[in-house]
Design a protein around this ligand. Sequence first.
Ligand code: LIP
Length: 254
Amino acid sequence: MNNDLQQRYTFACQLAKEAGALAHSYQIKLVEEGLDIDVKGLQDFVSVADKETENFIRQQLIHHYPQDGFLGEESGESGSSGTGTWVVDPIDGTTNFLRQQPMWCVSIAYMVDGEPVIGVIYDPCHDELFSAQAEKGAWLNDRPLEVNQGDNALVGLVNLGYSAKMPLENYLATMTRLLEHGIEHRRHGSAALGLAHVAAGRFDGYREDFINAWDIMAGIAILREAKADVSFNHVEGGYAIQASIPALSDLLKG
Ligand code: LIP
């Protein structure tokens, strides 16, 4: 299985970059030609770019790994998960993408027995590939990643996500608690990229109280290999996620 996992990891890294180039080409066309956009819900959009990028990823995976299952944000579940399941968000940070902003990425995870064992997050706007394979370390392009293991976060900066599916009070309480402890926050609108940036040391933590599997599973695989504190649990219809340097875990959790 390890050899198969290594082959899947190498394949997923290349696939994420190809899919990222395709999505980026749509974003460039967006400026000149516009895109058909559907509204899935409050602040929840999907465009032909999301659908075509996910279709490209799914077709490549079905061709090379027909025995694997697939779960994508736009097309749902397909195939059997006898060996494992690919979990894909073709464009995470869709709202940013559609407003021609750079904070978006392609997120591809491979899960076995309910656990992410491969995580690949590609940011085409900065040509940054965040990746990990279980027990093989986390990487940003060719640089190994490990989060700050110290017990004093010199300058605390966290990235928060918000979903209208959770009470606004929870989000406001988290922001208030952090600010009262002198911890600054940002909100970029891409969970996958936010999680990858924690692994890269650009943030000390990420928290979102309602999120989907395709937004977080690649980031969880990467953060575990980067020795972050990672916790995620089922909530009705999705997950809650928190990941941070050890020094911030308790404060971020509240
Ligand atoms: C987004 C997440 C973000 C969340 C947004 C949205 P999408 O994913 O990455 O963290 O707050 O509501 O779910 O829709 O851009 O793939």
